[in-house]
Design a protein around this ligand. Structure first.
Ligand SMILES: Nc1ncnc2c1ncn2[C@@H]1O[C@H](COP(=O)(O)OP(=O)(O)OP(=O)(O)O)[C@@H](O)[C@H]1O
Ligand SMILES: [Mg+2]
Length: 245
């Protein structure tokens, strides 16, 4: 099983949306895919996928049964903190060590593959930031095959994403590339507007930090209720991960 992280120094830059669309794209290619939501206090994957909270079940008395999301015959296994709270808006008052325990449990103590067959890919959705929380998640994972970094074109986002790139390089993690979220907006009249910054800025940034831009995702209204509206735009990121260009 290959493990890919979705990371960004900036919050709200499209990590969870990218995790879902990349997992979905891989599943459409016939791969067995799981998403582990390691954003313990901001767990959004279940909500974005429209999954209702249901009780956790244990298999063999010690392993948690992963939840299964399914649409048009495409299935994903999912685990995250929001399945354990009374509602999607319930705050989690948890500090470093406790969060770390849950991150590990959501990888090691989930019976991944038990519902859809042995997994080919695990996609791990990280919380925002390039500090101690991200480092502790990375240390918790035994094997990481690559990192997808998300950004918007805004300059303040790029500053924080530069920190993420530097952290990945320092930890010798393979950077698959940058997903530029909310890169532009295409009006019904056909005009493209670069709302958060011009496209040239992103290319210069990518050159400067020696990373590839693997997908540019436009702003699509209602993406927060139907994130899979965006799946076609993630084709290149999916190809890059599955190794088929
Ligand atoms: N291309 C897009 N077009 C329109 N809305 C988008 C797009 N990508 C993401 N969004 C919306 O922007 C918000 C933030 O996206 P998302 O939750 O994926 O970011 P995140 O980086 O995971 O955030 P956090 O740091 O809080 O975990 C969500 O409401 C999501 O639906
Ligand atoms: Mg998120």
């Amino acid at each position: 099983m290959k493990t890919y992280l979705i990371m960004s120094g900036k919050g709200g830059s499209g990590k969870s949306t990218s995790a879902i669309n990349i997992a979905y794209g891989l599943a459409l290619k016939g791969k067995k895919v799981g998403i582990s939501d390691s954003d313990i206090t901001g767990s959004n994957i279940a909500f974005l996928l429209g999954m209702k909270r249901t009780d956790i079940e244990l298999l063999d008395y010690s392993y948690i049964k992963p939840f299964v999301w399914e649409k048009h015959g495409v299935k994903l296994e999912i685990m995250g903190m929001s399945f354990m709270t009374s509602s999607h808006t319930q705050p989690m008052l948890m500090k470093g060590d406790k969060k770390r325990i849950f991150v590990r449990e959501f990888i090691d103590k989930v019976s991944w593959g038990s519902q859809i067959g042995s997994l080919d890919y695990m996609i791990v959705d990280l919380p925002p930031g390039s500090g101690s929380e991200a480092v502790s998640i990375i240390e918790t994972l035994k094997k990481i095959d690559g990192v997808v970094i998300t950004t918007t074109p805004s300059r303040v986002c790029l500053i924080d994403v530069a920190k993420t790139i530097k952290l990945c390089k320092k930890l010798e993690l393979k950077i698959v590339g940058l997903v530029v979220s909310m890169s532009h907006f295409r009006c019904d009249c056909g005009k493209k507007s670069y709302i958060f910054g011009d496209n040239g800025g992103i290319s210069k940034f990518a050159d400067r930090y020696n990373v590839n831009i693997i997908s540019q995702i436009p702003i699509v209204p209602l993406a927060n209720t139907e994130p899979l509206f965006l799946s076609d735009f993630y084709t290149d990121a999916v190809k890059k991960i599955s190794g088929r260009w």
